[in-house]
Design a protein around this ligand. Structure first.
Ligand SMILES: [Zn+2]
Ligand SMILES: [Zn+2]
Length: 228
């Protein structure tokens, strides 16, 4: 189920392979950040309906990266409506040219039709959805086009699969994964100011999330940095 986090932000802690899903519901926009694998699309729509949202209402889908567990729910939503889809340029360009390898769909035996990404994101972009402003940070490492989204007024960082709770972080052994880039991205996150972190998997961190990010950075640095 979607739990209320702060202001217009709701969060679904998903089970199994599905990514978590974030709903941002403002006066005029219904934004989803990530969509799960698509295997539970009808359950998710029912859960959204219980807080007054249908797939048809979705105006924008922002993807933290293009792995199948985050992008797989997009086709079901496109059947119902016409949301704009956002993804970092590094991954958007590949998908728009028909190259779906980075999604890992075939690796995991999933079906994913070709998709059109409407907005190719880059570092420094700011997505404005009424009074919500999502600052886009390019944080490669888990994948080449992974992003984090910072809502400064709400003290909220959306971390995708870059940083997880409990000092953990995204794996770097998929195509375009890069341990050194991940350490640099985690360092950058740990230097930001935020209280709440919503990651692509596992539970929401609702207090002192910056400390958790520092812990993830330290863990990754010690794992990926060899002896001097
Ligand atoms: Zn994931
Ligand atoms: Zn991923």
């Amino acid at each position: 189920m979607f739990q209320h986090i702060v202001g217009p932000v709701f969060f679904r802690t998903s089970m199994g392979f599905d990514s978590n899903i974030i709903l941002i519901k403002t006066d005029n926009r219904v934004v989803l950040v990530d969509t799960g694998t698509g295997m539970h699309a009808s359950d998710i729509e029912r859960e959204l309906q219980s807080i007054g949202v249908t797939y048809e209402d979705v105006t924008d889908i922002v993807l933290t990266h293009s792995h199948i567990d985050h992008i797989g729910g997009v086709p079901a939503i496109l059947k119902a409506g016409e949301p704009k889809i956002y993804l970092h340029k590094e991954e958007a360009d590949r998908i728009n040219s028909g190259d779906m390898t980075l999604t890992l769909a075939s690796t995991f035996g999933a079906q994913l039709p070709p998709l059109r990404i409407d907005v190719a994101l880059k570092e420094g972009d700011v997505l404005t959805f009424d009074d919500v402003k999502l600052h886009v940070y390019h944080t490669p490492g888990h994948s080449i086009g992974s992003i984090c989204l910072h809502e400064k007024r709400l003290n909220l960082l959306i971390t995708g699969d870059t940083m997880f709770p409990g000092g953990s972080f995204g794996r770097v052994d998929f195509p375009t994964g890069n341990p050194a880039a991940l350490v640099a991205s985690l360092k950058r996150i740990a230097e930001l100011d935020f209280e709440i972190a919503l990651a692509g998997h596992m539970n929401a961190i609702t207090h002192d999330a910056k400390r958790s990010a520092m812990y993830s950075y330290e863990m990754a640095r010690s794992m990926f940095t060899g002896p001097l």
